[in-house]
Write a protein that binds this ligand. Structure first.
Ligand code: 8IG
Length: 277
């Protein structure tokens, strides 16, 4: 099916600049690294294949404001596969609009990527989730009240989180880490405040397993652009009211960094697997 959306002009310009800087005009997979995942860029690339551009030097990217988001765009090979890794996403709560939030998805499409891999840090809502777990998203609840689409752009979101890619990623993770990742439904909240305990009870009642402030706009745009999507959350906290403890952003980020070594191995296994799937 031909896509309902086409990459924006700034995304095409950014893609052209990335191709020029890297000497690669095609990137098979684009990867967006959320909080806690950014350190993996250093260990992801096949040695000597990595070219990093500051996001600030590329059209359409805005300087990230949240702590833990570095704002770099790296072209590299992962097990021979051309990958674009964007570290430092824009969030809805920054107030810069949905276009800035979904820009990496548009750049991915402009670079010819077939697959977008989105990562984030999230609060765990389900009893069997623990801090440090990687959870593959199976679906979402868009509770942001926002859409990156406007006009009569009726994007289908059944199987938005590709079952094919989830299965390939899960098998790759079993091989790389010895354990099969859980799957879960991600609820996107506008933020930037964390939830109240009553909101957490509400989210559980609604069927959410994870809660965060990102990813969903990018998924919506990516599906409109015709990209296949894989998304993964790193559980960095048990959501407010699950433990009764207050949530601290610094502690949430520290939990993210602690898991980074394992995440590099996980992504080095998953990216080629989803590209071959
Ligand atoms: I990391 O508990 C992370 N991001 N809304 N709630 C929301 N976003 C988050 C949370 C959380 N943890």
């Amino acid at each position: 099916m031909s896509p309902l959306l086409h990459p924006t002009d700034p995304a095409r310009a950014a893609a052209a600049a990335i191709s020029r800087a890297s000497g690669r005009d095609h990137h098979e997979v684009a990867l967006v690294l959320g909080s806690g995942w950014a350190p993996v860029v250093a260990g992801l690339a096949d040695p000597g294949t990595s070219v990093t551009v500051s996001a600030a030097d590329l059209p359409g990217f805005v300087r990230p404001t949240a702590t833990g988001h570095s704002g770099t765009v790296t072209s590299c090979l992962v097990d021979g596969l051309p990958v674009l890794a964007v570290a430092g996403r824009t969030h809805l709560y920054e107030g810069l609009g949905t276009e800035a939030v979904v820009h990496p998805a548009h750049v991915a499409a402009a670079l010819g990527a077939r697959t977008l891999v989105l990562t984030n840090a999230a609060g765990g809502l389900r009893d069997d989730l623990a801090v440090g777990d990687v959870v593959l998203l199976s679906d979402h609840l868009n509770l942001t009240g926002r859409s990156p689409l406007s006009g009569a752009v009726f994007v289908d979101l059944v199987d938005a989180y590709s079952p094919r890619l989830r299965s390939a990623a899960a098998d790759a993770l079993v091989a790389a880490t010895g354990s099969r990742p859980a799957e879960g439904v991600y609820a996107a909240m506008p933020g930037p405040q964390y939830e109240t305990p009553a909101e957490i009870r509400m989210l559980r009642t609604l069927g959410a397993d994870l809660v965060g402030m990102s990813t969903v706009p990018e998924v919506v745009a990516a599906r409109g652009l015709g990209l296949e999507v894989l998304a993964a959350s790193l559980v960095t906290n048990l959501a407010a009211g699950v433990t009764g403890e207050p949530l601290d952003h610094a502690e949430v980020l520290a939990a993210g960094s602690a898991g980074a070594a394992g995440l590099t191995d996980a992504l080095r296994a998953v990216l080629p697997a989803v590209a071959r799937a």
